[in-house]
Design a protein around this ligand. Structure first.
Ligand code: BV8
Ligand code: ZN
Length: 239
């Protein structure tokens, strides 16, 4: 284990974790851009399946694709990286992930920048939303309040991030002393911009990833390897 990284974590009072699909890869949830761990976007076209245009063109296809992802997540279990992060109630967890594995690992306060796959909301944003059973996901259906379609409460390409989550994440980043970046290619904005925001606020950046990413040049320490192996060692209790 890298002592510099451990010293940064031990001496920082305010820490933000920033996670992506690589955090859940060892739980069997496919990533988006990493061919070794699912690489969803190599088989599926994100503009057709994770965009309002795609949903408008074929709402059944998009609903079925999310039902498949929901069943996969229902069968997944939190891995040691989720558990280690969840055990640190002093860390503010900001995630791009839409799976519920950090919550299931016991993390109290998770800022979900891209929403959650565990909920549906009205596509016309009339305000109606409802939890879904990931193990038995619903098919395409109408919003009981206004008749438009219900869709996963996630942020699609071209959609804005939930304002409350974004503001909470920015607030945490501008005052943090260390950011622990876990399992993200740092390719998607505005989320990935939070890493540079922390850096500009004077925070130390520790990256845990199986390969270099678009954030590598911002790292004070880059630990190449699996989150499930590195994160528990890095976060072992402070003392
Ligand atoms: C917005 C839906 C505008 C939820 C997702 C051109 C240039 C720049 C930007 C843009 C552009 N054109 C469009 C944009 C903006 C666009 C964007 O950033 N596009 C990128 C791709 C170029 N962003 C948007 O559209 C955002 N909205 O900008 O709105 C706007 C503004 C004002 C008013 C109206 C509109 C919305 C972005 C959110 C998109 N939603 N998914 C879902 O179904 O999941 S994207 C998808 O990518 C997920 O959300 C995911 O969270 C996100 C990031 O991916 P990662 O989590 O990093 O996963 P990835 O597979 O990429 O990487 C995994 C990493 O883990 C790899 O590096 C791998 O090596 C590593 N790994 C694997 N195993 C392990 C591991 N590491 C450790 N341990 C392991 N075991
Ligand atoms: Zn509605």
């Amino acid at each position: 284990m890298n002592d510099v990284a451990r010293r940064i974590i031990r001496s920082a009072e305010r820490i933000v974790s920033f996670s992506g699909a690589g955090l859940s890869a060892e739980s069997g949830v496919p990533t988006f851009r990493d061919p070794q761990t699912g690489g969803l976007w190599k088989d599926f076209d994100p503009t057709r399946l994770a965009s309002p245009q795609g949903f408008a063109a074929d709402p059944d296809l998009v609903t079925e694709w999310y039902a498949w992802r929901r069943r996969t997540i229902a069968e997944a279990q939190p891995n040691p990286a989720h558990t280690a992060l969840a055990a640190r109630g002093d860390i503010t967890h900001v995630t791009q992930n839409v799976d519920d594995l950090l919550r299931r690992a016991g993390a109290q306060h998770v800022i979900e920048l891209h929403g959650t796959i565990a909920r549906d909301r009205c596509h016309a944003a009339c305000g109606h939303e409802e939890a879904v059973d990931l193990a038995d996901p619903p098919g395409l259906r109408a919003c009981p309040a206004c008749g438009d379609h219900l869709r996963p409460d996630v942020v699609w390409f071209g959609e804005t991030l939930p304002a409350e989550a974004w503001e909470a994440a920015e607030r945490a980043c501008v005052s943090c002393e260390a950011m622990l970046v876990v399992g993200t290619s740092a390719a998607v904005y505005p989320a990935a911009g939070l890493i540079a925001l922390c850096k500009s606020a004077g925070a130390k950046i520790i990256i845990v990833n199986t390969q270099p990413s678009e954030a590598s040049d911002l790292a004070d320490v880059e630990l190449l390897g699996k989150a499930g192996e590195i994160v528990p060692e890095l976060l072992q209790e402070r003392h």
